[in-house]
Design a protein around this ligand. Structure first.
Ligand code: GP9
Ligand code: MN
Length: 429
């Protein structure tokens, strides 16, 4: 009820951090192109296999002087996987403890999402393109609640058996067919492109394999570098097109990995990939790092060490776009803020900070990776406080979603999104 919303508001007010002024509005009025890198982990950046970079295009982008890159950026998804990542990026709300928030609440809940904010505040046209089924993760309904003007799923694309693998069109085909839609989008636009080829089980047709499989002997792991390479090439192709058309000059690219590609069931193979003797639960926590890169002509970039996660993307972007998130129901913080709290929650209550980490009931020293066996009283209190902070944050976010609390939230500057205003007309255009 309304009083639940009051407690959430109070919590967010107390924990608010001021965004970094030096970056406020530096991307104002620019197009925003969010590229969802399916199952793409941070360790792939600069990773070499048999002497060759696996992802040369993304590596170049990662190190470019006009790219803000985050070396300690974590995925925070739960069972909702891709949809949890989307939920966090669009709303700065966590996915749920079990199931998918987008599936369970995406049809009926009120949201105050990125596309609606950008539309209302700065006249953006908003769209999602994805070479997979529109109903997957309930996107066709949830995007209406988020206020997306357009959603182009698979039905908008020419499909042939050889174009398609796993969950959708192969990324290169998806991007090249998306061009005609991107060209027609009124600017400024906020566009999300959801890739899918780098998805378990990492199958790829021979013709598109341009790097050898790894040799851990773990079947579910060894194809990963091949599909990651393919995704990288697709990105390279898209970036060349952006440059050719000049769109790169007024478009901010935001690339992020949604979640792990190699699950915690493959410790042995993971150790081998990382050339480590062992791979423990703490290594697996660090394995949850995914890339976040924000690229724009003229942007003052660099590789940032700040600890953060998917929940923080929206506040960071809004600041870059010159939109204040003060008073909003967002659980993340501007990653560029000097006061960023740097406590990264995992959906199960595990966490990592620059100093400490928790997996299950075990605490670790983040710097050394050593277990903290017998913390003194002061440290123990500090660790428990961190742990409580994480659980509070998660459970308040859960309350917002399970209680549909945003329906009570009526700031002067925001008009409630009406899903019936949108019709994605799932037919070939
Ligand atoms: C399918 C895709 C996959 O449309 O987004 O979702 P995932 O299995 O990664 O959650
Ligand atoms: Mn995914």
């Amino acid at each position: 009820n309304v009083s639940d919303l009051q407690s959430v508001k109070k919590y967010l007010k107390v924990n608010y951090v001021k965004p970094n002024k030096a970056y406020s509005g530096v991307a104002k009025g620019k197009n925003v192109m969010v590229i969802h890198l399916e199952s793409f982990q941070q360790f792939l950046i600069d990773y070499k296999w048999k002497g060759k970079e696996v992802t040369p295009n993304l590596n170049k982008l990662y190190h470019a002087k006009n790219t803000l890159s985050f070396a300690n950026f974590y995925n925070q998804v739960g069972q909702g996987k891709t949809s949890d990542a989307e939920m966090m990026l669009e709303n700065s709300l966590f996915g749920l403890q079990s199931g998918s928030a987008m599936s369970s609440y995406g049809t009926s809940n009120t949201f105050e999402s990125a596309p609606a904010i950008l539309k209302q505040q700065q006249g953006y046209t908003t769209a999602v393109m994805h070479g997979g089924a529109g109903s997957f993760w309930n996107r066709n309904n949830a995007y209406k609640q988020f206020g997306y003007d357009y959603f182009m799923p698979l039905s908008y694309y020419e499909n042939k058996p050889k174009y398609y693998i796993g969950y959708g069109l192969k990324d290169k085909i998806f991007f090249s067919q998306s061009i005609k839609y991107i060209e027609r989008l009124p600017q400024p636009f906020y566009l999300k492109l959801i890739t899918v080829t780098n998805h378990y089980p990492y199958d790829l047709d021979k013709k598109n394999q341009s790097i050898a499989k790894t040799e851990t002997g773990d079947e579910t792991v060894d194809g990963y570098v091949q599909t990651a390479r393919y995704l990288d090439q697709a990105i390279g192709q898209l970036m060349r097109w952006l440059k050719k058309t000049g769109l790169d000059k007024n478009t901010m690219l935001v690339l992020y990995g949604d979640h792990y590609g190699i699950s915690g069931n493959h410790h042995k193979a993971s150790a081998e990939l990382l050339k480590q003797d062992e791979f423990n639960n703490f290594d697996n926590l660090k394995f949850q790092r995914v890339p976040l890169m924000i690229h724009l002509k003229g942007l003052r970039g660099g590789v940032k060490k700040t600890y953060g996660g998917e929940i923080d993307v929206l506040p960071t972007l809004l600041n870059l776009l010159g939109i204040s998130n003060k008073g909003t129901i967002q659980f993340g913080h501007d990653l560029l803020s000097k006061d960023a709290p740097q406590i990264v929650a995992q959906r199960n209550g595990d966490f990592i900070t620059p100093k400490y980490a928790k997996v299950g009931s075990t605490y670790y020293d983040t710097k050394t990776g050593q277990e903290i066996i017998k913390p003194d009283k002061k440290l123990k209190t500090e660790l428990i406080a961190l742990s409580n902070k994480v659980t509070t944050q998660l459970s308040l976010s859960d309350r917002v979603i399970a209680g549909n609390l945003l329906r009570f939230y009526k700031p002067k500057w925001f008009k409630k999104v009406k899903p019936q205003d949108y019709d994605y007309n799932e037919q070939k255009a």
